[in-house]
Structure formats: structure tokens, C-alpha cells
Design a protein around this ligand. Structure first.
Ligand code: HAM
Length: 448
């Protein structure tokens, strides 16, 4: 059977014949993943620069860990019955039989690295920060992706409540300095023992109302009752208002710790709201837990936390290390990006001072060398060496709003000169090619 040469398509209600496209179908983007395009990079740079600036100002050092880890790290660290591990892990087995996963979060990898590299022997606390891609095979939607970027800070080897407060402050400050006002929702979930007792109380409570729960929440009742508190089902949300609160189950130590955290937050001027039902979806937390929510948000994003964190004093031990009190937070940069985009911020233009234009083959060769000299001397220059027409190049120079253009043609190559054009006034002068960098530095006020 031969393929038709044309296929019929509808355009403006009329049938038109379109030629059949030859060759393989284009390969699409993996569902739930996204590209960060050049036009979006200035806003991402704002976030990256702010993350670098604040973490360094508060004494954090950068850490990077591999994207792949042993699956056991997350099963043990984050928790076998959490949604992240049970439903959302990208896992596979290598030919050698290793069971590996793309990291769904960074806290367990950071603690693994802390143990692996004996950071316990460094002066404590160890304070590290990261910007890293993470992977969760969740249902994609606005602000929820299967690969997303997190900025996080972790403090290992310190249990003073001032650390919890400083971390919540830092996450809040990052967004505030980017122009996003947020409120910290905060709670204490006590020790693993008090949490176990609280779980029993919750099960008793929800079991008495089991018939009203959704099928999903009935499953949670059996496996992970704390997750019912996060249920989006209206019936569960209604029942939640009367459910036991964890604060009534935590011990005096945890209560005192929590009070201190709140006092420090008051001192730091961080707006917070106590949320007695905030428990977080990862098993490693103990005592303080918090999440960040934007004060004003689009409807689609209103329910989405911009970040979360808390204390995880038992994690190092769970992962085979010595007992190490620790706390941290991670912010969802993709969601923060959506907020920044909505804010229509004036994005600073990348300024370039000089355009190097050329004519003819000899001119092009000389221009490449001049461009290199300019770059090495720290002058911001741009070019369009693949273009032939001078007119096109000068138009590009105008578009980039450069102050000067250097023009090198056949004649200039023979004379050992270059034309230096002031783009504002349009005046041109002939300059010795060997002195062009010096001349531009003078005009830019870089030297006298
Ligand atoms: P998490 O709450 O699971 O915490 O994630 C932190 C933040 O990452 C979320 O608040 C959200 O903004 C963003 N996020 C999570 N999943 C997605 C997704 N699918 N698409 C876009 N953004 C997402 C943690 O991961 C903990 N490790 C935080 C932490 C650090 N706790 C202590 N230290």
C-alpha cells in the first residue's frame, strides 16, 4: 500500500491539503518534565543568586550529591509507606543488580554524605546548602512536576531550637527578598514515640467515622493514618476539625523546644501561624515541622506549599550513623518561579559594551582576534561572525544597545587599523588595531 502524498486538514472550517511530513516524528518532552528556556533564565538567575548570597551570608557551604542513590536510602530515610517512596519513586535495577532511584528529595542524601565522609568529626554544626533537581513520579499539574528544583539548607549536629527558627527565617527571608510575602505554618510533632501514640488516637477517631471516609483515606487509615490530615477530600477535611491534635501527645521536652522556636521566630519578626494538623509527608521528622505559603497567590497555587522543612534528629541513626540532631528546609523553585513570573518584575538587561563587526574573510579573522583580546581584558563584547553584511551587524549592535562597535574590513586589515564607532553619536574614528582595547578601556572610563 502506498502512502497518500497529501493529507486533508481543517483550517478555519475549510478542508485544506497539507503535504505529508516525511521522516521520523519529533520526540516530545517527557510527561511532567519541563525545559527552562533562555528567556526564563534571568528569573532563575535571580533565585540562584539570592540562594547563593543568603546561604553564604548565614554560613552555609555548598554541597552537591549524585542524582542517583541506592533505593534503600529513601525507603529507610523518607519511609516505606510515604507517598514519595511508595508511589513516586523513579527506581530501576541495574544489570549488576543494584537497586537505584532518582532522588525525590535532598535531606536523606545529605545525611548519607555526612555519614559517608565522617563529617561528624568536623566542628559542629555542619551547615550545607544546595540547589538541585529532584524527581517524583506524581500526577503532573500546575506547579507540580516530575522533575523540580529545590533550594535547601541543612544544619547537622545541633539541637538548639534557635537553629529551627533560623532555618524557618532563612526560607522566609529568601522569598521576602525576592518580593514574595509568605507565612510560615508551624507545628511540633514531638518524638517518634509520641507520634506513635498520636497515630493510635487518630486511628481510633477516624475509625469511628470510617464509613464517611473516601476509599483512598480508608487505605491511609490502615497504612499511614497521619496522611488523612493532608487529605483533599471534603469529608476528611470536615472530620479533621474535631480530630485529636498532636500537641496533646508530645512530651514536655518537645513542648519546651517548640516554645523556644516560637520565641525566636517572634524575635526575628517572621510571620507564622500554628497549624496543629501539620505533620508533613516524610517520616524522618521529629519535633519542629514547618511549611511556607504565599500570602497572595493564584487559585491554582494557593494550596501548594512553596517550601517545607523541620527537625530530623533520628535520621542519621536510621541511616546507620551516630545519633545526630539536625534540621533543614527546602523550597520549590519551580513554584517560586511561577510567582515571580506573575509579578512582572523588570528583569535587568544583560548589558554589553562593544559589538565587533567584520567584513570579508580577512576582516573576520582579525575580528575574532580582537574579540578575544576584548574578552580577556574584561570588556563585555558581542559579535555575529557568521553574518556577512555590515548593515545587518550594525542593526544587531543597535538592538543590543552597545556603546561602541569595532569594524574591521579588508582595508583595515591591510592598514593594521580598525574603525571605532560611537553608537550614540554615530561618529567614527580610525584606531591602530593594536591599541583598540586600550582605546575602548579609556572611553569606558576603565582606565584614565
Ligand atoms: P517537601 O515538602 O517534600 O520537603 O518538598 C519541599 C518543597 O519542594 C515543597 O514545599 C514544594 O514547594 C517543592 N516540591 C515538592 N514536590 C514538588 C513537585 N512535584 N513539583 C514542584 N515542586 C515540588 C522535602 O523534600 C524535605 N527534604 C525538606 C527538608 C529539608 N526537610 C528538612 N530539610
Amino acid at each position: 500500500m502506498s502512502l497518500p502524498k497529501k493529507i486533508s486538514k481543517e483550517k478555519d472550517g475549510k478542508k485544506i491539503d497539507a503535504p505529508v511530513k516525511k521522516g521520523p516524528a519529533p520526540i516530545g518532552l517527557v510527561r511532567g518534565m519541563k525545559d527552562i528556556l533562555p528567556s526564563e533564565q534571568p528569573l532563575w538567575d535571580l533565585m540562584r543568586d539570592k540562594a547563593r548570597e543568603l546561604s553564604s551570608a548565614y554560613g552555609f557551604e555548598r554541597i552537591d550529591t549524585p542524582v542517583l542513590e541506592e533505593t534503600a536510602l529513601f525507603v529507610r530515610g523518607v519511609g516505606k509507606l510515604t507517598d514519595i517512596v511508595e508511589k513516586e519513586l523513579y527506581s530501576f535495577e541495574t544489570e549488576g543488580g543494584e537497586r537505584l532511584s532518582l532522588r525525590p528529595e535532598m535531606t536523606a542524601p545529605v545525611v548519607r554524605a555526612y555519614i559517608h565522609h565522617g563529617m561528624l568529626n568536623l566542628p559542629q554544626p555542619v551547615k550545607v546548602w544546595y540547589i538541585a533537581p529532584m524527581f517524583r513520579h506524581d500526577r503532573p499539574q500546575h506547579g507540580r512536576y516530575r522533575q523540580f528544583w529545590g533550594f535547601g539548607c541543612e544544619v547537622l549536629g545541633e539541637e538548639n531550637p534557635v537553629v529551627d527558627a533560623q532555618l524557618a527565617f532563612l526560607g522566609w527571608l529568601f522569598m521576602k527578598e525576592l518580593g514574595i510575602e509568605t507565612t510560615v505554618r508551624i507545628n511540633s510533632i514531638g518524638t517518634p514515640e509520641s507520634r506513635a501514640n498520636y497515630k493510635n488516637a487518630l486511628v481510633t477517631y477516624f475509625r469511628s467515622k470510617r464509613s464517611k471516609l473516601s476509599d483512598e483515606d480508608k487505605k491511609r487509615l490502615l497504612k499511614n493514618p497521619l496522611r488523612i490530615l493532608d487529605s483533599k477530600d471534603p469529608a476528611a477535611q470536615e472530620m479533621k476539625t474535631e480530630a485529636p491534635q498532636i500537641v496533646d501527645w508530645i512530651n514536655e521536652d518537645s513542648k519546651a523546644h517548640f516554645m523556644r522556636v516560637l520565641e525566636f521566630l517572634d524575635e526575628l519578626g517572621v510571620p507564622y501561624q500554628m497549624d496543629p494538623y501539620l505533620v508533613r509527608g516524610l517520616d524522618y521528622y521529629s519535633r519542629t515541622v514547618f511549611e511556607f505559603y504565599a500570602n497572595s497567590s493564584t487559585k491554582e497555587l494557593a494550596q501548594s506549599a512553596l517550601g517545607g522543612g523541620g527537625r530530623y534528629d533520628g535520621l542519621a541513626e536510621t541511616l546507620g550513623g551516630r545519633p545526630t540532631p539536625a534540621a533543614g528546609f527546602s523550597l520549590g523553585l519551580d513554584r517560586i518561579f511561577l510567582h515571580l513570573k506573575d509579578m512582572d518584575l523588570p528583569v535587568p538587561e544583560q548589558t554589553v559594551d562593544v559589538f565587533v563587526a567584520q567584513l570579508g574573510d580577512q576582516g573576520r579573522k582579525k575580528a575574532i582576534a580582537i574579540f578575544e583580546e576584548l574578552r580577556k581584558s574584561g570588556i563585555k563584547a558581542t559579535e555575529a561572525f557568521s553574518k556577512d553584511a555590515i548593515k545587518v551587524q550594525i542593526e544587531m549592535a543597535n538592538r543590543r544597545k552597545v556603546k561602541f562597535a569595532v569594524i574591521v574590513g579588508q582595508k583595515e586589515v591591510l592598514d593594521g587599523t580598525a574603525v571605532l564607532r560611537d553608537m550614540d553619536s554615530g561618529t567614527q574614528e580610525i584606531v591602530d588595531a593594536r591599541k583598540i582595547v586600550h582605546e575602548i578601556q579609556k572611553k569606558l572610563g576603565k582606565i584614565v
